[in-house]
Design a protein around this ligand. Sequence first.
Ligand code: FPP
Length: 253
Amino acid sequence: MFKRFKKKVNKPNEKETLNLHNIPEHIAIIMDGNGRWAKQRKMPRIKGHYEGMQTIKKVTRAAHQLNVKYLTLYAFSTENWSRPNEEVNYIMGLPVNFLNSFLPELIEKNVRVETIGFTDQLPEKTIQAIETAKSQTAQNDGLTLIFAINYGGRAEIINSVRHLIQDARENADFSIDTIDESLFESYLMTANYPDPELLIRTSGEQRLSNFLIWQLSYSEFIFYKKLWPDFEETDLIECIKTYQLRQRRFGGL
Ligand code: FPP
């Protein structure tokens, strides 16, 4: 008989309990592995993205329940336009689908929807869905759910430099000595958020892929084996426990 056993991947902390007093204020996630998830099931890649969207709902609920203050999700990078048209079009429709089905729950849970990225370059239907969600949740002050859409860290930095120089040119009193980290950060798309304490990337890949390259300078990185559509609330808790162990060791030194 073929003996089945459950492989323990990424579950080193099962016996640890979650410390509710040390939940990261800001968690950033690179949602990777949708295509591989679909391929493993001999399904089209877009099915993986659809399931990935369902995972976003689960993770948002979990983050809300854990009192996470900011959750930033890498939904579409400035490099993702090079994918086949059919896939790009499908991904661009997902915010519409997501918000049609989930906006009432986001409102009920006091979640504020925001975006970072060059959203003005998105298709009109995507912009409309996002703008509606932003305006209908603008007064909420629970979890802030930030979608990075058409976002790239290098492009963000170049964009910030351009704006900073423009402001400097328009202000005769401007002195370059006033340029410091805090001033520069005020030009980033993330100016209103603290830096993430924790970055999670699913699917086992160990890269930043141009995501929040300035903001993640001091963050803890967790590269998690599971593919994004398989990621669940318990996996988020697992990641936070790993983060808490790292914090504790650091504090003990
Ligand atoms: C990475 O997996 C995933 C993406 C590039 C797209 C992620 C988008 C969503 C989950 C939906 C966005 C929805 C909303 C509501 C904004 P991959 O395709 O690179 O996977 P692979 O590496 O296995 O091919």
